[in-house]
Write a protein that binds this ligand. Structure first.
Ligand code: ZN
Length: 411
């Protein structure tokens, strides 16, 4: 094989192979590469300006994509240049975007492998350390992000995710229209979210936000009210219903202890049944639930209250929504269901943010879907110490598979 053929196969524009070595035993191919004659356009890696003065010539070794069964190493001749504004700098070369000993296309391939597999698996496949693979993946994602225009943030979601006893809580801001996370911040205080508004958004961008969908967690609400006062706060349906589920579980436990002896068995182990929506139950499970209700009216009442509250978000008009909610409150009277009284109090206190759903329609379920995706990534990757990496990973996942991500969990 001639140098010319190898230059064609290498396919680095402006560069040619001038020497090569094939090691059959080690199954490795080594190519020495330098600029083609006439290719003398030098660019400073510091500022991106065209430069003319060469300081020195040096060699760099990078791993490139394999050639058949041969692991390929490219030894490239490079220049250190004299830049008028940066001083002595290395030149910028398109196929070598980072200082790491890998070519761009090799990194892109490893990055792609990381989409479907964990860093550990990809590391085994390429004979690299997991830490190296993660660093490559992060660089690929940063390059992807730099090329991308972020969609405007008009409707935002705010939620928190628990990362374990060490990292604790992380605040997650998402874009409800695109279904992707926009920002992650350590902690879940008002100051945490303040940091997002302050550092990530311009005054104009803050003024563009029309709605924020969130949990009833007060620090987030206070922060949004301060930084984006024009924005409507809408309490997320999923989080409201979560509180109702907590209430129904409290009723179940109270009933379990109230029922002495033999009847306990009937209430026991019914947690899942009571937390599942009627439409999602099979007919045998429905029968099971019905026989439970036959002996315990209080549990039945609690279950019906939960089921009927779901309908609240089907109303188009604020008046109708409010009337429905008032009727729901009425049903609670004389029921002696203390956990539900608590839910009712909470709903009354947050009435405005619940009715706001009729004024600005947001896609409920997006906040939860974003959260679920982050959890999937955390389970797969085990320990993202780097929040930036986790964010980019989740953004890439959402952007490349938007439909699955948003519609799977949306309700
Ligand atoms: Zn420069």
């Amino acid at each position: 094989m001639s140098d010319i053929d190898l230059s064609k196969m290498l396919g680095w524009p402006g560069y040619r192979v001038y020497r090569f070595e094939i090691n059959e035993l080690a199954k490795s191919l080594r190519l020495w590469v330098r600029r083609k004659r006439g290719n003398l356009k030098l660019v400073c890696s510091g500022c991106g300006r065209r430069v003319h003065k060469i300081h020195e010539v040096y060699e760099r070794e990078v791993r490139d994509l394999p050639c058949f069964q041969y692991r390929t190493t490219v030894v490239i001749e490079l220049y250190r240049v004299h830049c008028p504004s940066c001083g002595i700098k290395t030149e910028r070369v398109e196929p070598l975007p980072s200082k790491a000993p890998f070519s761009k296309r090799f990194e892109e391939e490893v990055g792609q492998a990381c989409e479907g597999a964990s860093a550990r698996q990809s590391a085994r496949r390429y004979g690299l350390k997991p830490g190296t693979v993660r660093a490559i993946d992060l660089r690929c994602l940063e390059r992807w992000k730099a090329k991308r225009r972020m969609p405007a943030l008009k409707q935002m979601g705010v939620d928190e995710i628990y990362l374990g006893s060490k990292a604790k809580f992380v605040t997650v801001v998402s874009n409800l229209k695109t279904g992707e996370p926009v920002w992650l911040g350590a902690g879940r205080k008002k100051e945490t979210l303040d940091g997002f508004f302050q550092k990530e958004l311009s005054v104009r961008q803050r003024a563009q936000i029309e709605a924020a969908c969130m949990d009833m967690w007060k620090p987030f609400r206070v922060s949004v009210e301060q930084w984006a006062p024009q924005c409507r706060i809408i309490f997320d349906k999923f989080h409201v219903l979560q509180r109702v589920n907590v209430a129904i579980d409290e009723v179940r436990r109270a009933e379990f202890f109230r029922k002495g002896g033999g009847k306990r068995g009937l209430v026991k182990g019914k947690r899942w049944l009571l937390l599942t929506r009627w439409v999602n139950l099979t007919s045998s499970k429905r029968r099971e639930l019905n026989s439970l209700f036959a002996i315990n009216r209080r549990l039945m009442k609690a279950y019906l209250l939960k089921e009927s509250l779901e309908r609240l978000w089907s109303f188009q008009y604020e008046g109708a929504m409010l009337r429905y909610l008032e009727r729901w409150f009425d049903q609670l009277r004389w029921q002696r269901l203390a956990p539900f009284q608590k839910v009712a109090r909470m709903l009354r206190e947050h009435l405005h943010g619940i009715l706001n759903y009729c004024r600005t329609k947001v896609r409920m379920g997006v906040v939860e879907a974003v959260n679920a995706n982050l959890k999937t990534l955390l389970r797969r990757g085990r320990g993202y110490k780097n929040l930036r990496y986790l964010l980019l990973k989740a953004q890439h996942m959402a952007a490349t598979r938007t439909e699955i991500v948003v519609f799977r969990k949306a309700s």
